[in-house]
Ligand binder design. Structure first.
Ligand SMILES: CSC[C@@H](O)[C@@H](O)C(=O)COP(=O)(O)O
Ligand SMILES: [Zn+2]
Length: 205
């Protein structure tokens, strides 16, 4: 199998798993996986697809600017520029973006603070935070409709080869060194958001 075929299959498998969790409602969400460095090439989901379906037209190969490399009728995800920022600024190998009710509500509740912090929860270890008093901070950025503006805001919060950023009333984007790591961060983030929401609901009764 070529590197391209391997990465394709890896991303398709991640997509299937996220679909099983119902994390692609209304065609939302987009996924990307790096295929090569110098020059950077990555696979990204084609725009507007039902991401619960597995087809031969799910992904297309794009360059570091998000332009299709191959001759294709497929359109790269409308949010490809955010994935471009990840691959040009870091050594990450995979970036995932999903919309969930939990990440949207959390982003709205904490949006004015510009971040949400988690401390004392076991699952922050998924982010490599092992100290007892460690704090996980997930930034929350405004949901600019103009994607270059959104990407510009987003890239300010890329500080390493793994991370997560919430986009207010929109969704989350995570990245990690490979598909396994990115999916781990995504699942841990959603766990933390669901936990915080449940706590919020109990405490406001
Ligand atoms: C259909 S609502 C979601 C979109 O506006 C967008 O935010 C999204 O995540 C999916 O866009 P796409 O172009 O399919 O990658
Ligand atoms: Zn989106």
């Amino acid at each position: 199998m070529t590197a391209l075929q391997e990465r394709w299959q890896e991303l398709a498998d991640v997509k299937d798993e996220l679909a099983l969790r119902d994390w692609f409602m209304g065609t939302s969400g987009n996924l990307a996986i790096k295929v090569q460095d110098s020059p950077i090439e990555f696979l990204v989901t084609a725009s507007g697809k039902d991401k619960r379906k597995r087809t031969a037209e799910d992904f297309l190969l794009v360059d570091a600017s998000g332009h299709a490399i191959e001759n294709t009728h497929l359109k790269p995800s409308a949010e490809t520029l955010l994935h471009c920022e990840v691959y040009t600024k870091t050594a990450a190998g995979c970036s995932l973006h999903i919309h969930t009710v939990a990440n949207n509500v959390i982003s709205e509740i904490y949006g004015n603070r510009g971040k949400i912090e988690f401390q004392g929860l076991e699952l922050i270890k998924a982010f490599g935070l092992w100290d007892e008093d460690a704090v996980l901070t997930i930034p929350i950025i405004p949901n600019h409709a103009h994607i270059p503006d959104l990407a510009e805001e987003f890239q300010k919060h890329i500080h390493g080869d793994s991370g997560a950023v919430l986009i207010r009333n929109h969704g989350i984007t995570v990245w990690g060194k490979n598909a396994f790591e990115a999916k781990k961060l995504l699942e841990a983030s959603e766990f933390l958001f669901q936990y915080q929401l449940a706590l919020y609901q109990i405490q406001s009764q």
